[in-house]
Ligand binder design. Sequence first.
Ligand code: SAH
Length: 343
Amino acid sequence: MEKKCLKGMSREELNVWCSEISESVFRGTQLYEWMYRHGILSFDKMSNMSNQFREYLKKYCFIKTLCVEKILPSKIDTSSKILFRTLDNQLIETVSMVDKSRHTVCISSQVGCALDCSFCETGRMGLKRNLSTGEMVDQLIFVRGHEKQSITNVVFMGMGEPFHNYRNVINAANIFHSSRGFNLAASRITISTAGILPRIQQFIKEKQKYKLAISLNATNDTSRTLIMPVNKKWSLDSLISAGREYSNLKKRQVMFEYVLMKGINDSTDDAHKLSHLLQGIPCKLNIIPYNETNGIFQRPDKETISRFSNILHKNRNEYRVLIRWSKGQDINAGCGQLVWMQE
Ligand code: SAH
C-alpha cells in the first residue's frame, strides 16, 4: 500500500482523517502542531501520541517531502540558497535572506515555470510540475531549523508562477499564517504573480488576507507581450485595474514589480509612463535592477537606475517607490536566477 503524505494537510483535513481511521479527532490538531509549529520530521518524536498510533503512522504515513541536496551561503551578504530534491527526483531552490532584524524566505511554488518570460532563467526549464502544499511547507521548515534568526517574511517569488498552483499556494500560506503553524502575520506573506487575471480576481473575491504583488515589467502591451507572453491573454491595463481593486477593497496596498532592463524598459519616457499608469493607485512600486542570466538582457548602469527611480519618486502621488537589489548575486540567488537543469 502506498504511504499517505500528511505534510500539507490542513487542521480540518487532519481531524477528519483521524476520525476516519477511528482515532480521536484531537489527534489531528496534535499532528498539525508537531508538523508545522515544531517542524518534527519523525513520528517517534511525537511524544504525546500513543505507541500504537505512532506505529500506525510509521507504517502507513510519511511527513518528509524534501531532501537537502546543497546549501550555498553567499560570500558577499547574509543570504543563502538551498537546493532540495523532491521524492520524485526533481530539484527546486529556496532563498533565505537575513537582513538585520528581517529574515525573508523566498520559496518556490512549481518545478520550473510555464510562462516563458524571456528575462527569467526559471522559464527556460519549462514547467515540470506543481509543488504540493507539503513541499512548499517543507522548504520553510528546513530554513527555520537551519537559520538562527526567526523567519519574519515569506515571499512566493522563487521558481514558478504561484497563481498557476493557486490552491496549494493558498493552503501553504494558511499554514504559514496559522497560530498553530508558523504564526506569521498575513501582511508578512506575499504572493507574486506575472498576472494570471482570473486568479487575481479569485484572490480578491475570496478576501485572501495575504499581500499581492504583480510583475508589470513594461509600460505598454506591445513591449510587455514581447518579454512576457502571458500578456497576450491579460493586458497591462486589466492587471493595473485588478491591483487598484485589491488596494481599494483590502486597505492593503498592492505591490507592483518592475524589472529594470537596459534599453528595454529603462528610458525616461518609460518612467513617466509608469508613473502615469500608477497615478491614484495606493500601491508600492518595487524596481528590481535586472539580475544577470544567460539571456540577452543587461542591467542598466547606476545612473540610469537612479534617474528612472527619481522620476517615479518625483511624480509619485499615492505610491511608494523602492529599488529592490536582489541578494546573493554571487550564488545566483536573485530574482529570476533560480534554475536547475537535470544532467
Ligand atoms: N512568477 C511570479 C513569481 C516569480 S518571479 C512573478 O512573475 O511574479 C519574482 C520576480 O522576479 C518577478 O517580479 C519577476 O519579474 C522578477 N524577475 C524575473 N527574472 C528576473 C531577473 N533576471 N532579474 C530581476 N528580476 C527578475
